[in-house]
Each structure stands twice: as C-alpha cells, then as structure tokens.
Ligand binder design. Sequence first.
Ligand code: ADP
Ligand code: MG
Length: 720
Amino acid sequence: MSAATGANPAVFAGGYRRPMRPQALAPLFASLQSLSGVGPRVLKLFARLLPGPTEEPRVIDLLFHLPAGIIDRSDRPLIAEARAGAIVTLDITVLAHEPPPRGRARVPYRIRCEDGSSGVMLVYFHARPDYLQRLLPVGARRLVSGRFDLYDGLAQMTHPDHVVPPEDAARMPLIEPVYPLTAGLSSKVVLKAAAQALERLPAIDEWQDPAWLDRRKWPAFAPALRQAHAPSALPDLEPSHPARARLAFDELLANQLALALVRGRIKKASGRPLKGDGQIRAAINAALPYSLTGAQRMALAEITADMASPDRMLRLLQGDVGSGKTVVALHAMATAVEAGAQAALMAPTEVLARQHHRTIAPLAEKAGMTVALLTGREKGKTREKLLAGFAGGDIQIAIGTHALFQEDVAFRDLGLAVVDEQHRFGVHQRLALQSKGRSAADMLVMTATPIPRTLLMTHYGDMDVSRLHEKPAGRQPVATRALPLERIAEVTDRLASAIRSGAQAYWVCPLVEESEKLDVAAAEERYAALQKQFGPRVALLHGKMPAARKDEVMAAFAAGDIAILVATTVIEVGVDVPNATIMVIEHAERFGLSQLHQLRGRVGRGTGKSSCILLYQQPLGETARSRISILRQTEDGFLIAEEDLRLRGGGELLGTRQSGLPAFRLAELPRDEELLAAARDDARLILSRDARLEGARGQALRTLLYLFGRDDAIRLLSAG
Ligand code: ADP
Ligand code: MG
C-alpha cells in the first residue's frame, strides 16, 4: 500500500492533497451512480438521505446507512381476518381488471381479487396496464404482500410490495429490512442499491485485535456489515448486537486513532521554552479596569508553565460564556512576546476577529506590543504590508480569521497559536496553523461550549484542559422569562421604556429549517416592524450581509449608537457588548439548549441587571418545555451541556452541522461511552507499538482510517 506519498510539509499550509487510497477500496468510494437503479434523479434523493463528507453520496455512505426496522411478511391471514394497517401476505385469485375510464389518469387502476373468504382490491396509481396484465392475469393465483387497508369499508392493498405466483413463494422475502427513507425514495430502490453495495465489499485484512474480537464475539468487518443490513428479528436492530457494536467500535477507533495521530504529531515536534519576564503582562494588568479572577490566574499559571517547558503545549481553555477567556489569551500571547516570539489569535468569523482586535489592540499597544488584523478583507497593498510585518517580525501579535493560515502567510517566529471557538474549525485547519511555527508553536484552544467529557474525547483526544469555572465578580444572574408569542406587544412595550433609560437589546430571530433565505426574510420582517415602532436606532445583522456592513453594525452597537440589534444566530458565539442587557429570543422553541445558553450569555456581562425573554410558539412540545425550564433554573453551562446532550445527542451540541465535522454515523454518544473509552485506550496502545502504522496491523488500520474518512490523519504519517 502506498499511503506515503511525498513528504511535503506544505500540504499543511492550505493545499489539501489526498494521500493515495488503496486500490481495493475504490469500488466503495465510487459514486452511488455506479450502482444499477441509481440515476441522477435517485442520486439526488440519496444525497438528501446520506450524510457524508462528499456532496455526491458514495457506495460507502450507503453501506453505513443501516436499517432501522424490519417488515415481517410471515403473517398470512384470510382476507376476511386481515387487520387494517397490517403487513400481510394474501393468497388470492385474480377476478377482473378495472382500468380507469379514458382520459382520467388520476383514477387508479383496480384489480379485483378474492380468496374464498372475501374480496380485496389491488390499487395502482399511474399504472402501466400491459405490465399489470402480465403480472396479474385474470384467473391466476398469486401471493401478494403489502399493507392491508380498509377504504370505505372495502378491503384493499395499494401498490403491493411483492406479487409472485405460488410456485415462486420462496422468492418472496419473509423478513425485509426497513431503511430510513426520504420523500420520493422508495424502500425498493434502497434495498436494491444496498444489496449491490454489499457485493462490492472487498476482502479486507482485520484491523481489530483478534483476542478482543473473540472476547466480544464480534464478527469481522464485512460480515458485520452484511449482518447489520440483514436483520431477521428485532434484537438484530439493537446497538448491542455484535454486528452493530463492532461497526460502532470501528468508527470510534478511527476517530480516536486520528486524534491520537494529530496529538502525537503536535507533541512530537518538540517545542521550546517560552519564558517571559512578566513586564508586558504587568503593563496589561495596570491598563485593565479590573483585576483577574482566581480562575483566570489559575488557568494562566497552567498555561505559562506549559509554555515554559521545552515540550510543546497543547491545551484547551474551557470557559463558559462570559467567563473572560479573551484576557487569558492576551496574557498568554504577551508571554510569548516577552520571550521574543510572535503570537497569533484565530477566530472563526470575521465579526469575532474584528471584535478581538477592538478589545485587544488598545490594551496590547498600551503595553508596548504591535498588533495587526488579517481577515479575508485585507487585500492588495494592505495585505502585502501585513504579510511583510508578520514575516519580518515587526508585528508581534496577529489577530484574524482562517485567512491567517493561507499558504503565503509566514511568521518570523510564531511561538504561540491561539484558536478561539475551536469546534468550528476542522482538524486540518488546526494543523495548518500549528505548522506555521518555526519549530513548533504552542497551541491554546479556547471554547465557550462546556463540552462534556465524552465529547471532549471524540473531538480533541486527550488534550490538557484548563477550566474557567468562576465568572468575574459582580455579575448578576440573568432574569430569564418565557412568554408565548401572542404577548409580544408586552415585550416591545417594556423594551421601549428600558431603551428610554439607556439600555441596549439583542433581538434574535430563529433559524428557519434548512433555508438561510427564509431565515433572513424572517429577521428582515421583524426588523421592519421594530423600526416602525422604535425608529432609526434599530439595526439588522445577519450572515448574508456584506462583511463591511456587518462590522459597521457591530461597531455601532458596541459604541451604543444602536439600541436594538435584530439578528439571526450570527451573534451566538463570542460577541461581547457589556452594555447590552436585554436578550429577546423569538421562537425560542426552535433553538437547542446550548444555543439558547450561548445566546443568553451575550447579556449579563457587565454589572447591570440583565434579562432574557424567550418568546415561544404555542403549543410547546415536551422537549422545548424541558429546555426552557432548565434555562430558567440554571446558568451553569456544564449542567446545561449535559442536559443538552441528554435531550438531543452530541453532534448538534458541538454544532457539527455548521462546522462540517462529520458526526458519527454508526456510533452514538453518550450511548457508546464505554466503547469510546475502549477505543481511546486501544488507539494509545496501537501507536505506542507502531507509531507510524507500518506493521501488518498498522496497514490494516490505515484502511480503517480511509473507510471512515480520516484521510487527514494518514497524511500526517506521510509528512514525516
Ligand atoms: P468569553 O469567555 O465569553 O470569551 P470575554 O473574554 O468576552 O468572555 O469576557 C466577557 C466580559 O467580561 C468582557 O467584557 C470582559 O472585559 C469582562 N471580563 C473579563 N475578565 C474580567 C474580570 N476578571 N473582571 C471583570 N470583568 C472581566
Ligand atoms: Mg470569547
């Protein structure tokens, strides 16, 4: 196998070069269109159904799409005894065909049948008469299987799933898997495609430890997939079924192995001690209008100890919204500068990068550091000048978006890379930034999402963690209230009086399912209505606006010129305007718990009394009701995250949908927590024995990484 293609470190710096995938796997990575029965129209439907890393679904994506139920056709009642709504197999004789009258295509084609006990009508819409005459000739006996219904008291079966002559009874499957479907895609099409996909499975060397497989009584990979696609009874659908458990473990092992490789690479590139004299930090503290909290000091002690050691730092700074992570980052960056190196801070959005620049630059400059901002908007001469400043070392602190890790960005001596709101970045972006260091930049990753331990493990491996568990003093709890949307007038009335006395407010409009356009339209409508009532001090902010306009609005809001900021969830993460004390969330029932917590965290940042009003649409569902009640009970982000995980599962919590990180397809957390822990230990053990995955099992494990789309990690193995 030739996974090792070239050793060019430039692959980290933006250009995404795929390592060579083993030839044997090619049929699995072909487009689904390569299966018979899948043309462009069906392909589109599959694309809606199958989450995968590529736009066009591939054979492997279908293989990972497991049945969610079974149809049992073994029930063979007489027509007179059949229950409405049941799946049955009837033994009938065809009496007569009743085609629709000429020119009335909407009337179905009917075929009258009986079995001695009673009659039944087979019903076909848009039928081809010649086909039906061949399938069900008058006078013939047939076995027909499908859903039995009563329509106006008459027995009927619409579009039977199977029709066979009695002598072919064996051809009709008694048990059939039921796949999760999407509108327009029939179960027959999926079944046929899945059967072909399974035939493509090549002979694959085992990557799991044989003793472990034995102990668990798990089948090999290909048989496991075949079994999982052919359940014969309900227990076969349980996640604990050996086939399904094995596949879930495979997916988790691929995840843990990839993370361990990333971590191993980051740690291996040996760091260097970065030790400052504390002068710049002292100047920053003197310029701050507050003193650091105990939690901030503790986190900083851990960070500076890591930086001072010759090993490379790889640390996660976890702090709930409003806990004050930015100033911790500033101190860490100052430490790097004191030691003679440069530092970079990368934010996931332009709005956040600019905000960081606005807060950090004045403090940093007062303390004698040079700071510059680089986003996608700095172009031409401006950009050239910035790049020269980074490369020459004149700029000590770089703040920016992913524009910071474009290929032509080089630093004279990058000592520390800070990544804010990390979960929005993918693994290879993380690697790109760290590869910018001369030898090996220390890494500090900040996240506001209080990630439960299991998720931490699946997304970061075992990073070192510092926690800001206490908020700055003087914060008052945010008064949280929930009101039905009908009472919106009360809210705007109270808003009016608050604004007259100088308050500022956010008004968040919901995400409309699957359509950013509708989303924006809803916000625009609310904006127009509020503007009518409040005049020009209302502004609109949404993701589709030009970046320059977004900044303008944010800056005006931060300066207090705007009283009400109507926004979509673009303000969910990181925005900091301490004077804003009111948060209105419209259609709160459409948001997830952690999202609501993040949004509420935009207020309650100063010393003023803050409030959060959750406007909801009646009637309120069970889950939405519990979300709102949890929010009203607590502001503890960890508690909320755990509850969120319980209410809706991990992918959503980390916003993987937005970030493009693949959610698990076969495993599920927290259900598979125990398997995850085992996978982590296994990954460590594997790499301690064969760090470059070169042995026989190592080669098989590379195949595992390919199968689960962890090619990034394989690239690490080739790039020395
Ligand atoms: P987050 O952790 O959500 O990124 P920020 O870094 O934006 O939080 O800080 C939230 C607010 O708290 C900011 O307005 C910041 O100036 C303020 N802040 C940070 N640390 C302290 C502190 N020790 N005392 C008082 N206010 C603080
Ligand atoms: Mg922040």
